[in-house]
Design a protein around this ligand. Structure first.
Ligand code: AP5
Ligand code: MG
Length: 220
């Protein structure tokens, strides 16, 4: 495996992007840049960005393109991302963001765009049982038999349901995915930059498919 990669991961809410990015980031030795995690951290810290984003996120809406592009541009210009690369999770989410990303990455283009394909019925099941550490973001699956308070095995933080994992917000997010984000499949597909990967199966199997797709794209 050659360390370093410039990757984008697309996929419906609950497809497993965050889950797989933790592994891909270790495997390719690149930072996992999740715009959702960056916004949640701003909400926790109570910054002006966090205060503005919270209401939008809780309602399942999208934060404005200008704000998101500014955040991502600043992050991609840091040394680690410039030298080793990155895996982008949750960005771009609109065609406008994709155009801006092409501008930001001109001269150091992405290796491949991965589309983690999981049907809507299955992501709804996954999201409803998802629990997340409020501090480090580690994902868990609730079985109903957990003790409360539920403490994170990784950092000792509180494991809770995400504020935007309510039925209304989930449906709004999934509808917005079809409207605003799925056009990116055509955008990157027509440019020959997209690989669709089956996201149904165990996390180990999905990870093997993703790394094989990246390796094949980098060889071609
Ligand atoms: P974001 O944090 O990106 O959330 P999202 O798009 O809703 O995606 P999720 O995090 O819900 O899904 P995931 O694919 O990461 O799934 P996960 O790995 O957790 O964004 C949040 C909000 O921020 C947005 O709604 C928006 O408001 C705002 N925002 C962010 N970026 C923005 C942008 N660019 N522009 C505008 N606004 C932006 O997996 C889900 C569950 O399934 C977990 O419980 C997991 O354990 C389980 N699981 C994972 N893989 C498997 C498997 N193979 N088998 C069984 N279970 C699995
Ligand atoms: Mg996620």
């Amino acid at each position: 495996m050659i360390p370093g990669a410039r990757l984008i991961i697309l996929g419906r809410q609950g497809a497993g992007k965050g889950t797989q990015c933790v592994r891909l980031s270790r495997h390719f030795v690149v930072p996992h840049i999740s715009t959702g995690d960056m916004l949640r951290s701003a909400v926790r810290e109570g910054t002006p960005l966090g205060k503005m984003a919270k209401a939008v996120m809780d309602a399942g809406g999208l934060v404005g393109d200008d704000i998101m592009v500014g955040i991502v541009e600043e992050r991609l210009n840091r040394d680690d991302a410039r030298t080793r690369g990155y895996i982008l999770d949750g960005f771009p989410r609109t065609v406008g963001q994709a155009h801006e990303l092409d501008r930001i990455t001109a001269g150091r283009p992405i290796d491949v765009v991965l589309d983690l394909d999981v049907p809507r019925e299955l992501v709804l099941e996954r999201i409803s049982s998802r629990r997340v550490c409020r501090d480090c973001g580690t994902n868990y699956v609730a079985s109903g038999a957990e003790r409360t308070p539920w403490i994170c095995e990784v950092c000792g933080g509180d494991v809770m349901q995400r504020d935007d994992d309510t039925p209304d917000a989930i449906n709004r997010r999934l509808d917005l995915y079809e409207e605003q984000t799925s056009p990116l499949i055509e955008y990157y597909g027509s440019a020959g930059r997209l690989v669709v990967v089956d996201g149904v199966g165990t996390p180990d199997r999905v990870f093997a498919l993703l790394t094989a797709a990246v390796d094949a794209a980098r060889r071609s």
